[in-house]
Design a protein around this ligand. Structure first.
Ligand SMILES: C[S@@+](CC[C@H](N)C(=O)[O-])C[C@H]1O[C@@H](n2cnc3c(N)ncnc32)[C@H](O)[C@@H]1O
Length: 268
């Protein structure tokens, strides 16, 4: 079964995923490295925003990157080719119907995908079976409840809540970051370790102000303006005030915090 994907696939969303991956490379991937010759499955690769980093950081590992969206895969392939990488192959597939034999991979990597699934534990259980014994899974998820900022704003918090509510209605969970540990444990993984990765932004970091607060987080919230208003979750004026206040945090004196959660577990 394929769930509704709350962010959609338009070019603005693709741009947002690119900005997000670019600015977060060190924070999320400084400790992501796969040994030479290992077989790595990346699930939900989207437009390849993480794939390029994975392929570059582990040039001698072999990646298989899958997604349900043919358009996203075409863009991912274009980006991987542009980066000159030859260690990635792509397959179009649904996480719940993957065309691989049990124990086909040494490692699995999943980033910003479980938040969109109604059955994350079922997905993780499927992925566990594709791993060799003692193979690892790496899961990266955000948690929109971890966003706090200065100046604080009830309108901004209400706009963020619209995304959480819409995602829940679509079967997903925008607050999944805090559940990465229990989900991995419930899916039967061993030696689970989760590390929070906090992004803190103030005006002394113009790269993060632009790349994260503005182009990643605020753009993501702006992306649900129409559906949130159409669903009667919020009035247009209140939503727009929330976006204005999020932008205010990117000005002098403003600050913004958000936490990602990176979990690693081993197949028993
Ligand atoms: C937020 S994007 C993340 C893409 C990429 N991992 C990144 O970090 O930029 C989520 C991706 O998961 C994919 N996806 C959602 N449900 C899926 C499913 N059931 N099977 C495979 N891919 C799925 C979507 O098509 C989308 O490309």
């Amino acid at each position: 079964m394929r769930e509704t994907y709350v962010h959609g696939y338009d070019s603005r969303e693709n741009e947002r995923l690119r900005d997000q991956a670019g600015i977060l490379v060190e924070l999320l991937h400084a400790d992501t490295h796969y040994p030479a010759g290992s077989k790595v499955l990346e699930v939900g690769c989207g437009i390849g925003a993480q794939t390029v980093t994975l392929g570059r950081r582990s040039p001698e590992a072999r990646f298989t990157s899958v997604d349900v969206s043919a358009d996203s895969l075409a863009e991912a392939k274009r980006r991987v080719d542009l980066a000159g990488l030859t260690n990635v192959e792509f397959r179009q597939a649904d996480i719940f119907a993957l065309p691989f034999d049990p124990a086909s991979f040494d490692h699995v990597f999943v980033c910003f995908v479980l938040e969109h699934l109604a059955r994350p534990v079922a997905a993780l259980t499927i992925l566990a079976e594709l791993l060799e014994p003692r193979g690892t899974i790496t899961v990266v998820e955000g948690d929109h409840g971890s966003a706090y900022f200065h100046p604080d704003s009830a309108e901004a918090r209400a706009a963020i809540e619209c995304l959480v509510t819409l995602q829940r209605a679509a079967g997903g969970n925008g607050l999944i970051g805090r559940e990465v540990y229990p989900l991995l444990v419930e899916a039967g993984f061993d030696a689970v370790r989760v590390s929070p990765r906090m992004v803190y932004v103030d005006s002394s970091r113009p790269d993060l102000v632009d790349g994260f607060t503005r182009k990643t987080f605020t753009a993501m919230i702006e992306g649900v303006r129409e559906p949130a208003i159409a669903a009667g979750l919020i009035e247009a004026e209140r939503f727009d005030a929330g976006i204005r206040d999020l932008r205010r945090t990117t000005e002098a004196g403003g600050t913004f915090c958000y936490t990602f959660f990176k979990g690693v577990g081993e197949r028993r």
